[in-house]
Design a protein around this ligand. Structure first.
Ligand code: SF4
Length: 422
């Protein structure tokens, strides 16, 4: 089994030379990973994929999500003699799978591991030259199977298949572990949780708009959010402007439902990265300043409805409202396509401490005032779930409500999904 990993963007680790991507890896089965760290330090050894060797040969894993009981599992595994080299929850998951499958065989090993793992995981697993896809029983993170020519692929988002000229075949079902074979996909283990808990934030912000998650197109959800936002918070205005890129579909929906003209009033530096995923406050603040500029004719003298997907820390919006006013906007009405985010995420989105949330502990009026807007309207939870087309019992809304689908030490919860009994 060959492994290559590095720090930086994919294009740094696999650079292109004369139009050809340098790739020292060979073989007919492989997994890859781009890390967005939530647990473990931001160091190379914590980057995926992880590889271990055991009596069966080699096992490797790429994991999207977060194992909420990683610490206690790690202690238990250490007591049994396992050795860890990193602070990543993914390594814990791999060592657990390795032990369980070595001891109990493939199916029983998978079942036993799933009964012990808590939290979210959408993972690609290799056991020697065999490839498996596994998704947690709550279906928190997305995982899809596609096909290009004669090859089968798994990915977090279906847009990957479009980009490489393939097609989406189906979702990996919540609780499913499937083997990806040359001629198709075969379910190995299927376990049901007590409920589903698809992450609402994938639809709101995280996923690409051209992805289809659990049968629902992300772009359609976002335009629907905009339409419902227009009904929930109508306002007299001249123009609807999105915060690019993440507020575009919502702004389009708002414009269609309200009849107010849509305009690209803000231009984004195409080389800037998403500020939300930047690791430090300093890098986020300076990136916000560098990344946006206004189209003056679209803003000057206008009553603007400014639409964004969500507010996490509020840095971008404060700056954007001030920028619009500086360029002559008469009024700025903020419309936000996600209810106030007030609580941490424990399932793979890097929002960990309550004090970083702009909405935590502030009234709508306080937030409006601090953001410098004339009005502020957040989409309601009921309109969010209606936009996605799923009920509260199929979605995770933890960061909006503080009520999580899995027991989190120190947090209140409604549902505890213990899987021993399946
Ligand atoms: S807490 Fe929020 S971001 Fe985290 S999985 Fe749930 S809905 Fe998604």
């Amino acid at each position: 089994m060959n492994l290559k990993k590095g720090m930086g963007l994919v294009s740094d680790v696999f650079p292109e030379r004369e139009g050809v991507v340098s790739n020292p890896l060979t073989g007919n089965v492989g997994i890859g990973h781009t890390r967005y760290s939530t647990q473990g330090t931001k160091t190379l050894e914590n980057a995926g994929p992880f590889v271990v060797s055991n009596t069966m040969g080699y096992m490797a894993i790429s994991h999207n999500g977060e194992i909420t009981n990683a610490d206690s599992l790690k202690e238990e595994l250490k007591r049994k003699g396992s050795v860890f080299q990193t602070s990543s929850d993914t390594e814990v998951m791999l060592i657990l799978l390795s032990r369980e499958i070595s001891e109990k065989g493939l199916k029983n090993g998978f079942r036993s591991a799933v009964s012990k793992l808590k939290g979210s995981y959408a993972a690609a697993l290799m056991i020697n030259d065999r490839l498996f896809a596994m998704r947690d029983p709550l279906g928190i993170r997305p995982l899809v199977v596609g096909k290009v020519n004669d090859s089968h692929l798994i990915a977090s988002e279906s847009c990957v298949f479009d980009v490489i000229g393939g097609e989406l075949l189906r979702n990996i079902a919540p609780g499913e572990i499937a083997e990806i074979k040359q001629d198709g996909v075969e379910t190995v283990v299927s376990s049901k949780g007590e409920r589903l808990a698809h992450c609402m934030f994938e639809y709101v912000y995280f996923a690409r708009p051209d992805s289809i998650i659990d049968g629902v197109e992300v772009f359609s959800v976002r335009t629907r959010i905009g339409e419902l936002l227009a009904k929930e918070y109508p306002v007299e205005a001249d123009v609807v402007i999105p915060v690019p890129d993440s507020g575009r579909a919502q702004a389009l929906g708002y414009s269609m439902a309200s009849g107010i003209q849509y305009s690209e009033g803000l231009i984004k530096n195409r080389y800037s990265a998403r500020t939300f995923i930047m690791p430090t406050q300093k890098s986020r603040t300076s990136a916000v300043k560098l990344k946006l500029n206004t189209i003056k004719s679209a803003v000057n003298g206008k009553r603007v409805v400014l639409v964004d997907d969500s507010i996490i820390r509020g840095n971008t919006l404060k700056h954007v409202v001030a920028l619009l006013r500086k360029n002559g906007a008469r009024e700025v009405h903020l419309r936000i396509g996600c209810p106030p985010v007030v609580a941490p995420c424990y399932f793979g989105v890097d929002m960990k401490t309550r004090d970083q949330f702009f909405a935590a502990g502030r009234s709508i009026e306080q937030m409006r005032d601090e953001l410098g807007a004339d009005s502020l309207g957040y989409l309601s939870i009921s309109n969010l779930t209606e936009s996605i087309g799923m009920g509260n019992d199929s979605l995770c809304l933890g960061c909006l409500t503080g009520v999580y689908p899995v027991s989190i030490p120190g947090e209140k919860y409604l549902y505890q999904t213990e899987l021993e009994g399946y």
